[in-house]
Design a protein. Structure first.
Length: 246
């Protein structure tokens, strides 16, 4: 191993330690050689969390992730910020928010047929972001809450490139958790991925959800599925959701 490789390894470890310190909760470092191995660790923590009152969250470490978790290392400040985000979320009318977000996204190109045709797609069985994290160290944090939507207050990414603000995320995540059992499960500075216990089972349900997701994250259609109904085809009976803001 060369000097540069040693420096990069130390630098990565420093990011991990800093993120874990600012989270101020029980966390561990995992390094698996396969996607299946990472998913097994998550599923084990998901089951344990139900009994022990925590929400597992996979965090892909980076320099930017340190800033997302908290620009200050003061624990009292970070806790106050989390409580402030949760308090703001309670005042948000989620359905009105999703309606307004959708209107904004649709206005980006009013002449493009964004609806498309509904075709059921083969479902994925893992978090997409871990494909690039295999053989690298990632964090499995046990966020101390039995309300999964609150993890967006612990890791307050958002407010950039049309990514909703953290309090808006908390409000929407609560709505989706109560409706679909959707728990935010993996985060990077520009990605949220969910593990979903009760996904939509019909075309109608899937299409309604796809329009909500399109408003929440336009890039998953504009730069991903291509149309809303194509997105809907990936959501029916799927236990995994992916959101990415360019």
């Amino acid at each position: 191993m060369g000097i540069f490789d040693k420096f990069k390894k130390k630098e990565s470890k420093d990011y991990i330690n800093e993120i874990m310190a600012r989270l101020d909760c029980d966390s561990s470092i995992i390094e698996e050689k396969t996607v299946k191995g990472v998913m097994a660790r998550y599923h084990q923590a998901f089951i344990e969390g139900k009994n022990e009152g925590y929400t597992p969250l996979v965090i892909i470490p980076s320099e930017m992730m340190v800033e997302v978790v908290g620009t200050k290392s003061n624990k009292e400040y970070l806790n106050d910020n989390r409580e402030s985000i949760k308090a703001k979320a309670k005042d948000i009318d989620v359905k009105e928010l999703l309606k307004n977000l959708l209107n904004e996204v649709v206005e980006e190109d009013e002449h493009y047929d964004i609806t498309g045709e509904f075709v059921v797609e083969e479902q994925i069985n893992h978090f997409l972001s871990i494909e690039e994290a295999v053989n690298k160290k990632v964090i499995l944090a046990k966020i101390p809450t039995d309300k999964p939507w609150e993890v967006a207050a612990w890791v307050p990414m958002g407010g950039f490139n049309e990514c909703p603000m953290p309090e808006e995320q908390v409000a929407v995540f609560k709505y989706w958790y109560e409706k679909y059992g959707a728990a935010p499960a993996l985060v990077t500075p520009d990605v949220w991925e969910f593990y979903v216990s009760n996904p939509p089972k019909t075309q109608e349900e899937s299409e309604l959800l796809a329009w909500e997701q399109f408003g929440f994250c336009g890039d998953i259609v504009w730069q991903g599925a291509g149309t809303v109904n194509a997105l809907a085809g990936t959501l029916m009976n799927s236990s995994f959701w992916y959101f990415w803001w360019d």
